[in-house]
Ligand binder design. Structure first.
Ligand code: ADP
Length: 509
């Protein structure tokens, strides 16, 4: 079956020749033809614009212009400059044949030697060439349009090898608009240049690119690129890069994923924070329900007993029930105070308000007060390793927030008492070291297991060995906050069953 119709424009001033060509063509079994004839070159050029032929069969010698002039004028015509021309030349005129081929003819035939087959073959070849050229142009256009409009950067690179065949760099063959934008360079500024010289950040990927070329295995990776690697001042960026072998080189596409990376890290940070908050919430609920239920139960039973025995019970029994109620209420108030204090401190609302006072006297009074409260169940010692600094007057003036300091030591010493057996000793050591005052609160109680020490300053965390000893896991968090408000540090050393030592170091100024 014949393929689609080809329009052929025959320009020849010899009627017999034109008829011969027409006859040859109409016998073609491959294509069918629409044939238009013309005697003059200039008319032929005009016809070109009108009929848009697929091929022009052109006699070199025309009455008005010759084949070369025709080719030049055709080239200058915008609308039909790419119509292929098969030139018909005279016998023995090879020089002209060469010239017409150089001037853009697609083929030539020597008039005297032409056979039906040679004419048809020349036309077939030209039609096929044109088809392939159009196809190529179309696919190139398709490639260009797709790649140029990609949001991702895209480039084609060829290996540059040394005399031993080793890859030493890659030549930039093509880059799209996005690649120009990200590098702040024009296409001309990149194409034809060596990649490593042009963009040194590719050094970190060079071995992987070589692997892609040598093994044919594609590469997908992420890199982080310093600001200095880009010609324009850029912030440090994260890039996601994909490379695939192409001939003796590779194609690469890459995109800036900095914003995505930042968002990912923000999300994971907030997830971690949320997890932490959830853990905190459940610890709070379990501590609060326990620490509130116990005193509430006590209040309930003590008040029931008070009611039941209101008529006949002795006064001292009533007093002891009232005491029970009071201490339970105090316990609850303490918990609520601690929670409030913590909330205040986490909201940054706690302030350190320093004033001058005598540190030695402050410690002495605090210990006396605590010893009084502890009655004779525990002994509390104040050991002042820097007493000589007070000289005869026995005072050492510091500029600190005494209320915060009081809270710190009441808490640490109460813990020392709470977590040690009755009859044991709790020491408060004080030492002035250069610009610091170093306190140690030391007991010989139950100690803290190493696994709990690391979590000791987390809200509501209580060590696994506390048993029935009441507590909320909030005291140390607050103490740490207060110490830090003073610009100080707190550390702990402990051994289970042997005792615990808290070290508080506060700057004197
Ligand atoms: P709590 O109200 O539970 O005592 P803290 O925040 O004061 O809360 O202490 C947190 C945890 O640290 C306690 O539950 C306990 O497990 C441990 N701890 C604190 N001080 C001591 C100490 N002197 N001896 C043993 N364990 C202690």
């Amino acid at each position: 079956m014949r393929e689609n119709k080809q329009t052929i424009l025959i320009i020849d001033d010899c009627l017999e020749d034109r008829e011969t060509y027409r006859r040859y063509l109409l016998q073609d079994s491959k294509y069918s033809y629409k044939i238009v004839e013309e005697e003059y070159g200039e008319n032929g050029l005009e016809l070109c614009s009108l009929i848009k032929p697929d091929v022009i069969l052109l006699d070199f010698l025309l009455p008005d212009i010759d084949g070369l002039e025709f080719l030049n004028e055709l080239k200058a015509k915008g609308d039909s400059s790419d119509v292929p021309v098969v030139m018909l030349t005279g016998q023995g005129n090879e020089a002209i044949a060469v010239q017409v081929m150089k001037s853009g003819a697609s083929d030539y035939l020597v008039k005297g030697e032409m056979t039906p087959e040679s004419l048809r073959l020349a036309i077939h070849n030209v039609v096929e060439q044109t088809r392939l050229r159009k196809q190529l142009a179309y696919s190139e256009h398709r490639f260009q349009t797709s790649v140029e409009n990609l949001l991702d950067c895209f480039g084609i690179y060829t290996s540059v090898r040394d005399s031993s065949g080793k890859i030493i760099d890659f030549l930039v063959e093509y880059v799209n608009a996005a690649a120009c934008a990200i590098h702040g360079m024009t296409k001309e500024g990149q194409v034809g240049k060596n990649l490593l010289e042009l963009l040194p950040y590719h050094h970190q990927l060079f071995d992987q690119y070589c692997q892609v070329v040598e093994t044919g295995k594609s590469l997908v990776t992420e890199i982080s690129v310093d600001a200095d690697f880009f010609n324009q001042k850029y912030l440090p960026r994260s890039l996601e890069i994909q490379a695939t072998k192409l001939n003796d080189g590779f194609v690469a596409s890459w995109r800036d994923i900095t914003d995505r990376k930042i968002a990912e890290s923000e999300i994971s940070k907030s997830l971690a924070k949320e997890k932490e908050l959830n853990e905190l919430k459940s610890r709070f609920i379990s501590i609060a329900s326990h620490e509130l239920r116990n005193p509430l139960t006590t209040i309930m039973s003590a008040s029931e007993l008070l009611e039941y025995y209101s008529q006949d019970s002795h006064n001292d029994q009533k007093t002891s029930y009232i005491h029970l109620i009071r201490s339970s209420v105090n316990q609850m108030t303490e918990l609520l105070d601690d929670v409030l204090m913590l909330a205040k401190s986490e909201a940054g609302k706690l302030l350190c308000t320093p004033q001058s006072f005598d540190l030695f006297n402050f410690c002495q009074e605090l210990i006396e007060e605590m010893q009084f409260n502890a009655s004779n169940h525990h002994t509390i010692n104040f050991i002042n390793d820097s007493a000589e600094l007070g000289g005869l007057i026995g005072s050492f003036i510091v500029y600190m927030d005494d209320k915060l300091l009081r809270h710190i030591f009441i808490n640490l010493i109460s813990n020392g008492i709470k977590y040690s057996p009755q009859g044991s000793v709790v020491d408060l050591h004080l030492k002035i070291e250069d610009e610091f005052v170093v306190f140690q609160v030391k007991d010989s109680g139950i100690g803290i297991p190493p696994e709990d020490i690391i979590k000791l300053f987390e809200s509501f965390h209580r060590a696994r060995n506390v048993g029935n000893i009441p507590g909320t896991g909030l005291g140390l968090v607050i103490v740490k906050n207060y110490v830090e408000l003073h610009g100080g540090t707190i550390d702990v050393e402990s051994e289970v069953g042997k005792g615990t030592k808290f070290l508080v170091k506060l700057p004197l100024r």
